[in-house]
Design a protein around this ligand. Structure first.
Ligand SMILES: O=C(O)c1cc(=O)[nH]c(=O)n1[C@@H]1O[C@H](COP(=O)(O)O)[C@@H](O)[C@H]1O
Length: 225
């Protein structure tokens, strides 16, 4: 049986609504991604509740602080048994090394390179003069050398990153089916293209959660993979 690479991003303010949505599409996704909105609202309790569905949990906390603080945060979430946790590659090598060392045993630690909501102009405005592609590759190399399991990047970069890091674990958000609107995302591809280019995990939120019929949307995405 093929492993379903889709992790549903549950960016919803209400716990009952998040649980209901996850339950509805559970047969058509491979895991659940709980991010800042969910974690700030529902914390450990919310994660324990979603664990009841029996799907792997991706805790997208995008940690970015001094090494000691990030390592402490990683230890504090062992009890939640996440399958994947995100940190920011821009936190630097020492932060990434210490985060990995502090992670639970079966937890993949992946570093966000360049957010999919940013383009070249956004990078220039924060003093990064490279385009997203070059910056994502640079941070991927740093994450690799720091001993992480993989990175988060857009579908525009995943093919190139895959070529330089053969056994990396690549999380790709910013996915839109053929007929989907961008919203706040600037570097998007289709789920199928990201998978074909080497994505290990496809993060999909609004194309399912905001669809008129989320179950039909999840099924339609699954059928393209
Ligand atoms: O780390 C992430 O998951 C992430 C990184 C990134 O560069 N871009 C990005 O959109 N995400 C997350 O992926 C999800 C995308 O949601 P949708 O745009 O609704 O599919 C959100 O939960 C974001 O927090």
């Amino acid at each position: 049986m093929n492993h379903n690479p889709v992790y549903l991003a549950l960016d919803l303010p209400r716990l009952d609504a998040a649980e209901a949505l996850a339950r509805k599409v559970a047969g058509h996704i491979g895991g659940i991604k709980l991010g800042l909105e969910f974690f700030c609202a529902h914390g450990h309790h919310g994660v324990h509740e979603l664990h009841k569905l029996g799907l792997p949990i991706f805790l997208d906390l995008k940690l970015h602080d001094i090494p000691n603080t990030v390592a402490g945060a990683m230890q504090a979430i062992h009890v939640l048994q996440p399958a994947i946790v995100t940190i920011h590659a821009a936190g630097g090598r020492a932060m990434m090394e210490d985060a990995k060392a502090a992670a639970g045993e079966n937890c993949k630690v992946v570093a966000v390179t360049v957010l999919t909501s940013l383009d070249g102009d956004d990078l220039a405005s924060i003093g990064v003069n490279d385009q997203p592609h070059a910056q994502a590759l640079r941070l991927a190399e740093l994450a690799h050398s720091a001993g992480l399991d993989g990175i988060v990047c857009s579908g525009h970069e995943v093919g190139a990153v895959h070529k330089q890091w053969k056994d990396g674990y690549f999380v790709v958000p910013g996915l839109r089916p053929q007929n989907g609107g961008n919203g706040d995302q600037k570097r998007i591809v289709t789920p199928r293209q990201a998978r074909d280019d080497g994505a290990s995990v496809l993060v999909i939120g609004r194309p399912i959660s905001r669809a008129e019929d989320p179950l039909a949307a999840a099924r339609a995405i699954e059928a393209t993979l």
